[in-house]
Ligand binder design. Structure first.
Ligand code: PTJ
Length: 246
């Protein structure tokens, strides 16, 4: 279906249609639509724009990923539908691995997402098929990871998560960057750096920041990451959402 650019809800409708199309093609999980609906509600409360606090988190996240030895960007169905080109570009600017990790893992979905990422310029896509031969302490399918990717990483970017994996990764001593519009979710509450922003804004913002910060000295990156207070940032965002409701 064609959506008119002049429609006042064009951006929102475009995202919905990308996801519906992904469900029809079989790479977005049915539940991905429900997850998106929840995200939309929170996005509404922040005015569907990147808050100053989210921008700070994005900056700290880029600093953290650039400081890491083995950063990995994890991709699920919704991310592949909404920001396929951008996620590949971000992984490249951060010199990070790119790994498919699915809650509703099926070989067909893995292969479709791998194909989308490659079509958008990715080199090797980790975590697909037999490559996901390592385990992290999780009972769900998300526990299956690539020994050369998430398993041996020191920092993982996890857009649109369920909280279990964040907890598992943190318990393994890894740093976790989340992108989740819900500041109260277990994901946001447990991550090292929690980006409360729509993935369609957060990933392009991070590409821009990575372009600027890539050439920085480690000391300057440490300054940005070290001065970021995730707890305070999340509390401020919750306050902004509350004010939006009054
Ligand atoms: O592709 P799979 O199999 O890995 O499955 C993916 C889903 C999203 C179905 C799975 O991870 C899931 O069930 O996630 P949850 O537990 O519903 O959590 C998703 C979180 O992402 C929610 O807290 C939403 O608020 C948030 N969210 C939804 N859409 C966006 C978002 N955050 C940022 N940007 C969005 N566009």
């Amino acid at each position: 279906m064609r959506i008119l650019r002049s429609h006042p809800r064009y951006e929102s409708l475009k995202q919905r249609h990308l996801l519906v199309d992904g469900v029809k093609k079989g790479y977005v999980a049915d539940s991905g639509l429900i997850a998106h609906g929840r995200g939309e509600a929170f996005d509404y409360l922040i005015g569907e724009k990147t808050l100053k606090q989210a921008r700070c988190a994005e900056e700290a996240a880029v600093a953290l990923m650039l400081l890491s030895e083995r950063p990995v960007v994890s991709v699920n169905g919704n991310t592949a539908a909404l920001v396929p080109k951008e996620i590949v570009e971000l992984a490249r600017s951060l010199s990070a691995g790119i790994e498919v990790n699915l809650f509703y893992r099926t070989p067909k979905r893995e292969r479709l997402i791998e194909r989308i990422l490659k079509k958008n310029g990715a080199g090797e896509v980790l975590g697909v098929g037999r490559k996901a031969s390592a385990k992290i302490p999780l009972k769900s399918e998300r526990g299956k990871v690539d020994p050369r990717g998430i398993s041996s990483s020191d920092a993982v970017l996890v857009p649109l998560e369920d909280g279990d994996r964040v907890e598992a990764l943190i318990s393994m001593g890894k740093k976790v960057v989340s992108v989740d519009l819900n500041p109260l979710s277990r994901t946001s509450q447990k991550a090292t750096v929690s980006i409360v922003d729509n993935v369609v804004r957060a990933i392009p913002n991070m590409i821009e920041l990575a372009g600027e910060m890539k050439g920085w000295k480690r000391k300057d990156l440490m300054g940005v990451y070290g001065s970021f207070d995730n707890r305070k940032n999340l509390d401020e965002i919750v306050r902004i959402m509350r004010r939006g409701l009054i």
